[in-house]
Each structure stands twice: as structure tokens, then as C-alpha cells.
Ligand binder design. Structure first.
Ligand code: FES
Length: 147
């Protein structure tokens, strides 16, 4: 099974422990896998290679009956949202790369003007200092969050 799936035996054991694949035991207590488990391993490997968490893989595989091999439609249904997730990640990374290019050659490392340094500081719009400890800051923060 490991040779056919192209993974180490330890990976099979890990996937089994995580509930992604199943095996049965011979009287000599050797693991045996049904050939349909190969497609489950393939999905897990692909998902891992693109950064999909195992919990997500488990959710997808749990929806496919154990008595059937993962079919073309099953794979398409799993891959479509993962492709959308990759698109979203690519967009974020592209934006970060562009901001990084903006920083290269600048060197200001300013909390106020650098898009990468303290990028999520929405309270900065309310002014300097510990804005949550200053009266009324939380209301203004809520306003910032709504805008
Ligand atoms: S270091 Fe100046 S904008 Fe980022």
C-alpha cells in the first residue's frame, strides 16, 4: 500500500490514526488496506501539499461512504472549495508581496505609514496611545470595525 500510494508506511499509520483511512488486520496482526483507500491517501496528500488542514480533509472524506471508492464527483466537490481557498490565499500573498516591494528601499518601519508593520491596527485611526483605555475609545473602535 505504501509503495503504491507513494508514501512512507508511517504516513499510512498517521492517516489511519487520524481517521482518514482504514485497515484490517491479518491473523498475524499485519495491516491490510482495501485498494479504495489509495484514493483517500491521494486526496490527503494533495490537500497536504497545498496546505489544507487534515481536519478539512477528514470532513470531506467523512462524507464519502467507506464502502465506496472516492469518485470523480467526490474529488471535484472537495477540490472546488479548496481551489477557492487557494485563490484567496494567493490574493493575500500577492497583496503582501506588493506591500513588501513598497517597503524595500523605504526603511521607515513606521507604525503609521508602513502597510506591513502593524497592518491590522484599526484603532490607530482614533489617534495615538492606549485607545481602549481612553474613554469612548471602544465605541470609536466599534465604528471603525463597522466601516
Ligand atoms: S518600511 Fe516604509 S513603508 Fe514599510
Amino acid at each position: 500500500m505504501a509503495a503504491r500510494a507513494g508514501v512512507p508506511v508511517s504516513t499510512l499509520h498517521f492517516y489511519e490514526a487520524e481517521g482518514l483511512i482504514e485497515s484490517w488486520r491479518t491473523p498475524a496482526n499485519h495491516r491490510r488496506y482495501d485498494r479504495r483507500e489509495l484514493r483517500r491517501v491521494a486526496i490527503a496528500r494533495i490537500a497536504q501539499s497545498v496546505g489544507i488542514p487534515l481536519s478539512e480533509v477528514r470532513t470531506v472524506l467523512d462524507q464519502i461512504p467507506r464502502t465506496a471508492a472516492v469518485g470523480k464527483e467526490d474529488w471535484s466537490n472537495a477540490a472546488a472549495p479548496w481551489a477557492d481557498l487557494l485563490d484567496a490565499r494567493i490574493a493575500i500573498l500577492t497583496r503582501l508581496r506588493d506591500q513588501m516591494h513598497f517597503c524595500i528601499g523605504c526603511g521607515c518601519l513606521s507604525l503609521e505609514s508602513c502597510p506591513l508593520y502593524n497592518a491590522e491596527d484599526k484603532l490607530a485611526q482614533n489617534g495615538p496611545g492606549a485607545r481602549r483605555w481612553i474613554g469612548g475609545a471602544s465605541e470609536r473602535a466599534d465604528e471603525v470595525g463597522r466601516s
